[in-house]
Design a protein around this ligand. Structure first.
Ligand code: THU
Length: 134
């Protein structure tokens, strides 16, 4: 699967975003090494704290189904009712990526017409990882 196709899946997943408080809709498409794609959207809550990002929804769907080796993640985000624009993942989601993704993992950020491809180390240098706990 190419990155444009992965971004299209993220844009489609964004349609399911539940964001009545922030009015900021995010979709994610996570490509696993076995070729499967897991999508996610942000899901907000009236008490705010349980809100989960699109990226973690996608990761936790995959991991909870026994898939934990990943190749790439496309993220599509932007204000409700507007076309998506560049949306970088939050720090918590970056930390989840650091737990499960290797140095070859790629982030696809932007839109299907105009996206950039980044390494995890580009967006989370000096990560605290499981290596520290050995
Ligand atoms: N959000 C995501 O889902 N992913 C990101 O990368 C950034 C932020 C969500 C969380 C919340 O529902 C809304 O966007 C505003 O922060």
């Amino acid at each position: 699967m190419d990155y444009k196709e992965l971004m299209e899946k993220a844009e489609k997943a964004r349609e399911f975003s539940y964001a009545p408080y922030s009015h900021f809709n995010v979709g994610a498409a996570l490509l696993a090494k076995n070729g499967k794609v897991f999508t996610g959207c942000n899901i907000e809550n009236a008490t705010f704290t349980p809100t989960v990002c699109a990226e973690r929804t996608a990761f936790f769907k995959a991991i909870s189904e026994g898939v934990s080796k990943f190749e790439a993640l496309a993220i599509s985000g932007g204000k409700e009712g507007e076309p998506p624009s560049f949306c970088a993942p939050c720090g918590v989601c970056r930390q989840v990526m650091a737990e499960f993704c290797d140095e070859n993992f790629k982030l696809v950020l932007g839109t299907k017409e105009n996206f950039g491809v980044y390494g995890l180390n580009d967006i989370l240098p000096f990560a605290f990882t499981k290596k520290e706990l050995k």
